[in-house]
Design a binder for this molecule. Structure first.
Ligand code: UD1
Ligand code: UDP
Length: 356
């Protein structure tokens, strides 16, 4: 089987690392062509993951990033179309909900190349999020949909997607968390802080970073944190803070984005996580840490249901209250996201699909 995988943003490198490793180990007859769209391009948003996680170097790098959603998606679509015509893959594999995901899925579907979508069926039901548009459209052109949870399966069924296309395989991010935890690395700058006595925070969602009022609410909430807050700062957030002339409170220690191995160390050694990230909400749970989510809704509702996650939006008082009151939680005792073998399970289905 010849597989063409489209990746471009930080979480996709991490997801692809587990799947590419499982493909090489269990399906040596298959060939994977990795295409990096260039959506994330800073060394600490891209190269670091290829260096640390043993991801094969992309066969193609499209160099498209930094534009608006429409510009990025359109330019990716044009280049991916030409590349797929040239490479003639049996399947195109896409991950998650970024502009690179949608461009990969759409380019393939228009060329009648079958598309497999990893992390299918997630819904926030908030169509103002660019990610929601990307997910819905990708799921509706995909031929194989790998849903991480039963809830994701139900979301797809409600939208009329045929059961025969959907497989609940668990979450490849859980595979990654288990595989990389023993390799986690303490950041060199950490020594001024104490293990278990800091909050780990990430902020990058457009709905927050592009709205100065929401950002003000978050910063005011973090200013009241009883613990120091470590904030690996996404480049989008850095730019928006400067644009809105917003400063960080004294409780917050901003650092450059960290590699995944350092991130896993921080997640494993913090007291709690504060985030608007999708992936980081789940990783908090994998590492047994409570999560305060800076959003009004989440796709990962099971985390809220089991009490591991609380949604606080961007209201100062709610953030402050949650920071003071969230208690330690137990990690993935209930196997909400599979058994850590999702990559293998999805590849088995993909290979089966390719042979029909
Ligand atoms: C994207 C995804 C989001 C995902 C996130 C993961 C979309 C619509 N959004 O959001 O779903 O959660 O990645 O991190 O695809 N920038 C840099 N250097 C970089 C990358 C980005 O400076 O290496 C800056 C640029 O100003 C860029 C902006 O960040 O325009 C936004 O980047 P973009 O990839 O469009 O969206 P993200 O916010 O990163
Ligand atoms: N991550 C990282 N370094 C950081 C921040 C996040 O390695 O400085 C990892 C994090 O552990 C998770 C992934 O990036 O695996 C999540 O990506 P992000 O929050 O950018 O996107 P989302 O999951 O919201 O799409």
């Amino acid at each position: 089987m010849k597989l063409l995988t489209v990746i471009g943003a930080r979480p996709q490198f991490i997801k692809a690392a587990t799947v590419s490793r499982a493909l090489a180990a269990h399906h040596p007859d298959s060939r994977e062509i990795l295409v990096h769209t260039g959506q994330h391009y800073d060394a600490n948003m891209s190269d670091v993951f290829f260096d640390e996680l043993d991801i094969p170097r992309p066969g193609h790098h499209l160099g498209i990033g930094g534009g608006s959603h429409g510009q990025n998606t359109g330019r990716m679509l044009e280049k991916l179309d030409a590349l797929m015509v040239q490479e003639k893959p049996d399947w195109v594999l896409v991950y998650g909900d970024t502009d690179s995901t949608l461009a990969g899925a759409l380019a393939a579907a228009k060329l009648h190349i079958p598309v497999a979508h990893v992390e299918a069926g997630l819904r926030s039901f908030n169509r103002r999020m660019p990610e929601e548009i990307n997910r819905v459209l990708t799921d509706h052109v995909a031929d194989l949909l790998f849903a991480p949870t039963q809830l994701a399966l139900r979301n797809l069924q409600k939208e009329g997607i045929a059961d025969s296309k959907i497989h609940v395989v668990g979450d490849v991010m859980y595979d990654a968390a288990l595989y990389y935890r023993p390799l986690a690395r303490k950041p060199a700058w950490f020594d001024a802080l104490k293990v278990g006595e800091f909050a780990l925070c990430t902020i990058h969602r457009a709905e927050n970073t592009d709205d100065p009022e929401r950002m003000r609410g978050i910063l005011a909430g973090l200013a009241e944190s009883p613990l120091p807050v470590v904030l690996p700062l996404h480049p989008r957030t850095r730019k928006q803070l400067a644009q809105f002339h917003l400063g960080l409170p004294d409780t917050v220690r901003a650092v450059d984005p960290v590699g995944y191995l350092e991130m896993v160390w921080l997640e494993s050694h913090c007291r709690l996580v504060v985030t608007d990230s999708g992936g980081v909400q789940k990783e908090a749970y994998f590492h047994g840490k409570p999560c305060v989510t800076l959003r009004d809704e989440t796709e990962w509702v099971e985390l809220v249901e089991v009490g591991a996650n609380v949604l606080v939006g961007t209201d100062e008082a709610r953030i402050q209250n949650a920071l003071a009151s969230m208690r330690p939680c137990v990690g993935d005792q209930q196997h909400l996201y599979g058994q850590g073998d999702s990559a293998q399970r999805l590849l088995d289905q993909l290979i089966r699909g390719a042979s029909h």
